[in-house]
Design a protein around this ligand. Sequence first.
Ligand code: ZN
Length: 229
Amino acid sequence: MSDNVISYLEMCRREKASLQAGMNFGLGGNHSVVLMSVRPNAPYRDRLEDGGTTLVYEGHDQPKSEVVPDPKLVDQPLTTHTGRPTQNGKFFQAAKASAKGERPPERVRVYEKIRPGIWTYNGMFHLIDAWTERDERRTVCKFKLVAVENDEDLDQPVRIAFERRRIIPANVKLEVWQRDQGKCAICGAADELHFDHIVPYAKGGTSVTATNVQLLCARHNLAKSDRIQ
Ligand SMILES: [Zn+2]
């Protein structure tokens, strides 16, 4: 299940980790977690491409310290000063190995902050490539993740032949959240909410405008998917 609203505490409980850091490689040995934000004041430049099926995720900065007073002026590190891989380095190695066909893609669950206190689970992604590039002042890491359908079961091997999925952009989610006042559009329930495509994507519905997206509670979301199937 993706596109559901989730609290920060539920995220941490689900991942059995305190998700302080945005990048968390190899949680539980079978998947990774990243936190994203495309809001204008977000600290990193994450972006969606290919009609919302691809996430280009920016790596993370050096921690701020006496030697690094402004992390935004320093190259994003792949290793620590003792030569061990940083989170950037771990994701980078896995992405490159997968791009060369040496391992299946790392499965990555993506959570997105759409506004303070409101997160959504954007579903499962595969990490398929990584590179470094120059921005105005320094070198940053970029990671290519594709949104995949039906690869949520961590007990199963990674599905190589996956179908792509489209995620709903954060600005659309935010608009829907405000329009539906944070409640199910049918019954007004305010918990276990899900962003639902009114006309399903497979039937030509779009993710890019709020008019085709509504908030539904778990019960009404389930009732609707039963009816469609
Ligand atoms: Zn409802």
